[in-house]
Design a protein around this ligand. Structure first.
Ligand code: B12
Ligand code: SF4
Length: 459
């Protein structure tokens, strides 16, 4: 069986929990019988690149897999060059490897995996173990060729559970005292039927697939029993996209005695929440909803193909608040076609929604992630090609801020200074005002809550 080291390279902000997508890969490798260790260089108190090198020398993994975000790609490439050694195969996976599958092998990796990793990663480890070619595996590319595209995984119930991989991670990377397992969240569905032009979720894609309520409840009960986890962030792209499944899942959670003292939160596009479902969600433990709204201007919403109008979502946010949920509302700024009139409409909507909103998402200046429709449309006009390889365009954030200090730092969005879309001075000033408005609102909420709540972080 292969020895596999999974690495999460450093990101601009520190992670407070192991990254769920990598836990899924680690769990599937363990289930297949491989020996797996992980190093989270992005974690709040995580190890360094030098420690990754030292572990590779000492332990001698056959396969080193890295989860690449666009924001961590350049650091991942630099690390891959340092880790390269005979008998060690370097594999890139994750959102960025999916969006730019040919890039990692040009920057020190032996192979890249596009798409979900639960089948590809064990297949790679098996192939290495048995001396088989890697480039025939679905989703895999090497310098020698590439396998067929991998299909979205249909049977999500059959997959290994993320918590099966907790032993691979050192919890003191996330918690200064190393006390306990930090809940990393779970996915009850994958994919989103919407097609927002800025969205980079090409791993989970557009095909909406979901787990059976019984399987989700079983995972929640296991987390409750084995790790005493009582609050569950559901990281699905569009949790409420399908009403019958939403209602069945809420009913299953409510009917499970062991989950009576647990709560959950979810993310969903604003127009996919129906006010009359909120009571049911609340009764089954939903304490917060993260709504994607993005703009207050109908033309901007249309151009970003969000498929919703501002009035669709306002009622849902207010209704969530009225049933006692924490509301987190997402807005973005700086779309290339957006002028001061359009942004002004967004600012007005934020002001209007503020009384019903606990937290706004932090910052929100548009980042043109590769592979997105926005990137493809504007890359040449604004010289955006491969911006992520320039370290100056991916600045690291200061570490160790408490929630209130963080909310203060978030009055400024470093992305605005990067000026991807060459904003006019008037537009830049208005974007800065919108960012500040959200940060100050969040600070006020934190102060009201006693500054101990972590919800703004999660937003
Ligand atoms: C949960 C989440 C977070 C959580 C993570 C918490 C946690 N501990 O897990 C938090 C809130 C911390 C977070 C933060 C950020 N996130 Co985020 N996040 C997500 C979200 C919603 C779900 C992730 C997930 O579990 N997906 C499910 C699994 C199935 O997919 P996956 O993660 O890609 O993993 C699969 C494959 O990639 C592959 N794989 C992964 N690793 C490896 C490794 C190997 C070796 C192999 C072979 C395969 C492989 O197999 C996995 C299982 O199938 C995704 C959206 C999405 N649908 O994925 C965005 C997403 C990953 N996030 C994104 C972004 C941009 C961010 C931020 C940069 C946002 C920001 N501006 O700050 C930050 C990063 C931190 C920072 N600021 O520095 C983008 C990434 C785009 C990109 N091109 O990099 C996504 C895709 C959202 C989007 N719609 O654009 N995020
Ligand atoms: S609704 Fe959210 S997950 Fe779906 S395409 Fe739009 S941004 Fe992406």
């Amino acid at each position: 069986m292969a020895r596999v080291l999974l690495i999460m390279p450093r990101l601009p902000q520190r992670l407070g929990t192991p990254y769920l997508g990598q836990l899924m890969v680690a769990a599937s490798l363990r289930r297949a019988g491989h020996e797996v260790r992980a190093l989270d260089l992005a974690a709040r108190y995580g190890p360094t690149d030098d420690e990754a090198l030292a572990l590779c020398e000492a332990w001698g993994p056959d396969l080193v897999g890295m989860t690449l975000f666009t924001y961590s790609a350049a650091r991942g490439y630099a690390l891959a060059r340092r880790l390269a050694a005979p008998g060690r195969t370097l594999v890139a996976g994750g959102p960025h490897a999916t969006l730019c599958p040919d890039e990692p092998t040009r920057h020190g990796f032996d192979a890249s995996v596009a798409g979900e990793g639960e089948h590809a990663a064990p297949a790679l480890a098996h192939a290495l173990d048995h001396g088989l070619p890697l480039e025939q595996i679905p989703g895999v590319r090497t310098r020698l060729g590439q396998g067929p595209a991998s299909a979205p995984i249909a049977d999500l119930d059959g997959l290994a559970r993320p918590h099966e991989a907790y032993p691979c991670y050192d919890m003191s990377w996330y918690d200064a005292q190393g006390r306990s397992v930090v809940p990393g969240g779970l996915m009850t569905s994958r994919g989103c039927p919407a097609r927002c032009t800025f969205c980079a979720n090409y791993v989970t894609g557009r095909a909406y697939r979901y787990r059976s309520p019984a399987d989700v409840v079983d995972e929640m009960v296991a987390l409750r029993r084995e790790h005493d986890i009582r609050s569950f962030p559901f990281w699905d792209d569009a949790f409420t996209a399908l009403r019958p499944r939403l209602r069945a899942l809420c009913a299953a959670i409510t009917a499970t005695p062991e989950l009576r003292d647990t709560t959950w939160t979810c993310i969903t596009p604003g127009n996919m929440v129906k006010p009359h479902d909120l009571e049911l969600m609340r009764a089954s433990g939903c304490v917060a909803i993260n709504f994607g709204i993005e703009s207050g201007d109908p033309t901007t919403l249309k151009l970003m193909q969000k498929g919703q109008r501002p009035e669709h979502v306002v009622a849902a946010v207010r209704a969530a608040r009225s049933v006692g949920m924490t509301t987190i509302v997402n807005f973005m700024f700086g779309f290339p076609e957006e002028g001061t009139a359009e942004l002004g409409a967004t600012l007005r909507l934020m002001e209007d929604l503020a009384p019903a909103t606990d937290f706004f998402n932090t910052r929100g200046v548009l980042v043109p992630f590769p592979g997105t429709a926005i990137y493809e449309r504007w890359a040449d006009t604004y010289a955006l090609r491969e911006w992520w390889l320039d370290p100056a365009r991916v600045p690291l954030e200061p570490d160790g801020l408490d929630p209130l200090e963080l909310a203060r730092a978030q009055e400024v969005d470093p992305t605005l200074a990067l000026d991807f879309f060459r904003y006019t001075p008037e537009l830049r000033a208005l974007i800065a005002r919108c960012v500040r408005f959200k940060a100050r609102h969040n600070q006020a909420t934190l102060i009201r809550m006693g500054a101990g709540d972590q919800s703004a972080d999660a937003a």
